[in-house]
Design a protein around this ligand. Structure first.
Ligand SMILES: Nc1ncnc2c1ncn2[C@@H]1O[C@H](COP(=O)(O)OP(=O)(O)OP(=O)(O)O)[C@@H](O)[C@H]1O
Ligand SMILES: [Mg+2]
Length: 349
């Protein structure tokens, strides 16, 4: 009654006709029904069942019925599962058969500038002089290895856009795969390829059809990069190069963590470089690591008095004839002695 009088007054104040006004009451029963057909709220007494009941329709829905975000998440999930399955398959395949016919030696380090590249180049040249066929592969975009071994390195490698796409002859028995000079876009494409294709490096090297009697040496970039991880998974021999100083010593735990990517049959070895007989600290570090590594120390190379000058003058590694060069040649002979069964076994009949 009071409400009708108020409404009549309201209509009059706006110049309207209160007789044309009609009230509607919302039917109470229908309201309750509408609430009960909506998604039930979790009851505080049975929270687990209620949450499960809410979650079930999402799990059981056909992909076509899912809202766009859920569908995308489902697709992402299944594509992740697919790439995990491919990676597991790749790993299983690489365990069951060697990726390349002959032995593969990878040179790695946890710290930069330990001498991986000069050792890779010097070792390859010494082995090649002794009659061993070698394929050197430069996995570092700095192209230092190419500049050490090729006369006109910058003009030769500067025209190679796709990484690791060329194979050049250094001498009769030594061939080199330079990293090349990809631009930023090519490098980004390489990063994407390495992230999704765990066999990228293997495929690149398989495409070269490396003869079974050839030793492949991989000069890895410093640290645990995607290319280093693929190199370690492919290598049959791994050599960690460390310098005989305090920072080299401190990097050893990182180097050993990097080696988790080696296959089960590979037992990585250490090589200590730049041991300086004139510095007591260098001698002490050499003694400590030699004691703790035992059989895992493949060799020790001294500080080279001639190396820097030879490289600065562009005279090439072959011109270095000091204790470092002789130590490296000796190391090459030792390594070849160990690898010979693998090379002979792999050699075509
Ligand atoms: N035994 C040595 N005596 C003197 N100098 C050396 C010795 N070993 C390496 N060097 C010098 O150390 C520098 C770094 O060597 P190199 O480029 O081979 O190291 P790297 O580990 O390949 O470096 P990066 O991490 O940049 O790839 C070079 O100038 C090289 O001449
Ligand atoms: Mg290097």
């Amino acid at each position: 009654m009071v409400r009708s009088l108020d409404i009549a007054n309201l209509f009059r104040s706006f110049g309207g006709d209160p007789q044309r006004y009609q009230e509607f009451e919302a039917p109470e029963a229908e309201l309750h029904e509408a609430v009960s057909t909506a998604a039930p709220l979790p009851s505080p007494r049975a929270p687990v069942e209620a949450v499960r009941a809410l979650a079930e329709p999402v799990v059981q829905a056909e992909p076509g019925e899912l809202p766009p975000l859920s569908r995308e998440l489902a697709q992402l999930h299944s594509s992740r599962q697919a790439s995990q399955a491919v990676a597991a398959l790749d790993q299983a395949l690489s365990r069951s058969r060697p990726a390349l016919a002959g032995p593969v030696l990878a040179l790695t380090s946890a710290r930069g500038g330990t001498g991986k590249t000069v050792i890779a180049a010097g070792l390859a040249q010494a082995l090649s002089r002794s009659g061993q066929a070698v394929l050197l592969v430069e996995l570092d975009s700095q192209n230092v290895l190419s500049s050490l071994l090729l006369q006109e390195a910058s003009s030769t490698t500067g025209s190679i856009r796709a990484p690791l796409s060329a194979c050049l002859a250094v001498d009769d028995r030594l061939r080199l795969v330079p990293f090349g000079a990809p631009d930023d876009l090519d490098l980004q494409a390489l990063e994407r390829a390495l992230a999704t294709d765990t066999q990228w490096l293997t495929r690149r090297l398989q495409a070269l059809d490396v003869p079974a009697d050839t030793l492949v040496i991989l000069d890895c970039p410093t640290g645990s990069t995607p290319l280093t991880r693929q190199a370690l998974a492919l290598a049959t021999r791994v050599l960690g190069v460390t310098t005989a100083d305090a920072t080299g010593y401190a990097s050893l735990p990182r180097l050993e963590r990097q080696w988790q990517h080696c296959t089960g049959q590979v037992h990585p070895l250490h090589l200590l470089n730049r041991v300086d007989p004139a510095r007591p600290l260098s001698q002490d570090i050499a003694a400590i690591v030699a004691h703790s590594w035992g059989d895992r120390l493949l060799g020790v190379l001294p500080e080279s008095p001639d190396l820097e000058q030879a490289l600065a003058l562009g005279q090439g590694l072959a011109s270095v004839q000091d204790a470092w060069a002789h130590g490296l040649a000796e190391l090459g002979r030792e390594l070849l002695g160990e690898l010979r069964p693998a090379l002979r076994y792999a050699a075509p009949s």
